[in-house]
Design a protein around this ligand. Structure first.
Ligand code: KG4
Ligand code: ZN
Length: 349
């Protein structure tokens, strides 16, 4: 029997709570803080904490009501993420685990994104058998990581960003172009109206690396914006947005292509907020197909960006491996958590 899990994620600017059973998502509540942070053009940590604290109990109550099942365990994202935001989720999870005498399952946020492609609806669809090893490409606001998943919950990081994450670069670009916050989706909308006519420099060109770098493109965009007369700039915004998005996606895809050639796997999964981008999704499907690899993307829209359902899905795998805490007090948030670090510490009991 698969345990019913109450999962919590407060790693950034969404308060999310989910009830899952195995890979089935019975309920998933997301209270977004977008309107709170929008005036600041980015996430404001102390406001994020305040918002999480004021919403978390009602998010839990709603998720339990919609999930219709009594949980056997509590799962929570312990890192990486914004320290004040993580703190709310971790403390709440500890309190509930103690109050209900349930085991506590700590989950890494990136681990959640890795398995988000395998989440199912409440009817167990899509079926998607998980086979190992698989490659996972996580492209979010905080991370750009190529991860080889060798067996359940065992990770080898093959490549990461040397500076900004791809989502962060998209957000900063959108801000430079005054497209609002959060920027990735806004930039995508504007880019659809333009063409990639401006040749921004492709990062790490000619280097045989699985690392990423996006801060140079951001600087190139700033220079382009500064030197352009403002009337021309207004006219050119769709083309600038399309060019900027194009070079970021091309860099992501070229590096993924290199990884697929270097590590011949049968399956490659995609996750993280940037994977909501239609152009990126299309190019991901093209490059996996060209390499004879099965490309798997999150099956439902909410699974691309931050959500607690993916945390619950990982938690059930951990439950089966005996990875849970019977003493919730041991857990602390870990804002700089690295996938491979804590795996060495498992099992956590
Ligand atoms: O996974 P996520 O929700 O949070 C983190 O773990 O970081 O990812 C958020 C990132 C932001 O940078 C946001 O701009 C980007 O995902 N994003 C998009 C789109 N939707 C969200 N980027 C490009 N196109 C989109 N449609
Ligand atoms: Zn995320």
């Amino acid at each position: 029997m698969e345990p019913v899990i109450l999962a919590i994620d407060t790693s950034c600017d969404e308060t999310s709570v989910s009830v899952t059973q195995g890979r089935r998502v019975l309920s998933n509540v997301i209270f977004s803080q977008v309107t709170v942070h929008a005036p600041f053009g980015g996430v404001y940590p102390s406001l994020a904490k305040r918002e999480h604290a004021s919403k978390i109990d009602s998010a839990i109550a709603l998720a339990l009501k919609r999930g219709h099942k009594i949980p056997h365990a509590i799962a929570v994202t312990f890192g990486p993420g914004l320290p004040p935001a993580l703190e709310v989720g971790v403390q709440t999870a500890k309190d509930y685990a103690k109050k209900l005498s349930l085991p506590l399952i700590p989950v890494d946020h990136i681990e959640g994104h890795i398995y988000s492609a395998y989440a199912q609806n409440s009817n167990g669809k899509p079926l998607r058998e998980i086979t190992y090893p698989f490659l996972s490409f996580i492209v979010s606001g905080g991370h750009t990581s190529l991860v080889l998943v060798t067996s359940p919950l065992s990770y080898t990081i093959l490549g990461e960003t040397l500076d900004d994450a791809a989502g962060e670069a998209l957000d900063k670009g959108a801000r430079l172009l005054h497209l609002g916050y959060p920027g990735g989706a806004a930039l995508e909308r504007v880019a659809l109206k333009g063409s990639p006519t401006i040749p921004f420099p492709l990062p790490l060109q000619g280097k045989k690396t699985l690392s990423f770098s996006f801060s140079g493109i951001k600087t190139a965009l700033r220079r382009e914006v500064e030197r352009m007369p403002s009337e021309k700039m207004v006219r050119m915004i769709p083309d600038i947005a399309a060019s900027y998005q194009h070079v970021i996606i091309t860099s992501l895809i070229q590096t993924l292509n290199r990884a697929l050639k270097e590590y011949p796997v049968a399956v490659c999964t995609l996750g993280g907020g940037v994977s909501a981008n239609k152009t990126f999704l299309r190019r991901f499907r093209e490059i996996t197909r060209a390499n004879g690899v099965k490309g798997i993307t999150p099956p439902f829209r909410y699974l691309h960006t931050d959500n607690a359902a993916m945390i619950g899905v990982v938690a059930s795998l951990k439950w089966h491996e005996g990875i849970y805490l019977t003493d919730p007090d041991i857990l602390d948030r870990s804002p700089q958590a690295r996938l491979t670090q804590y795996v060495a510490l498992d099992p956590l009991q």
